[in-house]
Design a protein around this ligand. Sequence first.
Ligand SMILES: O=C(O)CC1=CCC(=O)O1
Length: 265
Amino acid sequence: MATQQLATTNGNFRIDLQGPEGAPVLVFSNSLGTTLEMWDAQAMTFSKQYRVLRYDTRGHGASIANAGPYQFAQLGGDVLSILDSLGIEQAHFCGISMGGLTGLWLGVHAGQRLRSITVANSAAKIGAEAAWRERAAMVRANGSAAMQTLAESSPSRWFTDSFIASQPQVVQTAQAWIASIPPEGYASCCEALATEDLRAAISSIQTPTLLIGGSADPVTTVADAQAMQAAIAGAELATVPASHLSNLEAPQAFDLALGSFLQKH
Ligand SMILES: O=C(O)CC1=CCC(=O)O1
């Protein structure tokens, strides 16, 4: 993988682009506390047929991590500015959790730029405002020590117990991602999650949409995915045997659901 820094009108982003030039573009957007490396398996699979574009969301990895709070209008605008800088008019989009909410924002506000949207382990409103504000304040107060604490607590939100026991390597890699996230960037994304509520807006989405739910996801549940399916005309729903980071826990089922959906669009 050869990542690069891309200068856009919204700031600098770390991106990775692979797959045949001229193939349809497929964008992957990471979850809170992870980096574009979370999509390594999907990039390998889908870059045979698609031009795969991954990026570190603002505040994460080596992308711009300016002082927040951020908003989803900014996170969605960042995707558009990356596409613009690369001269890409339309792309498939696949985001997980926070990345899925970015996808919903794009579907509502810039649907003409997307060929399809896949929203994995996400919801039109994720969690409770007070809890996100509390987490943001804790991170601002404690800086990198807070990121270490979050690295310790995250596996139980991200993976099933059996996966934690059987795949310690994957779990440790994911913990290293969150430990390395700039505290200001992480806190600012928590504040974006605190305020975004697209429950009323997503019924305007006209872009073909796939919802992926994790059968054991305690954060964004299958019921959340069903609620989005009821709101978005023609949306499809696939459930995979996993907790929250389903592309890491159940990559084969995830790729099968995504691949068969993309084939149709
Ligand atoms: O709290 C977490 O780490 C789970 C999560 C919520 C939004 C997101 O992207 O990840």
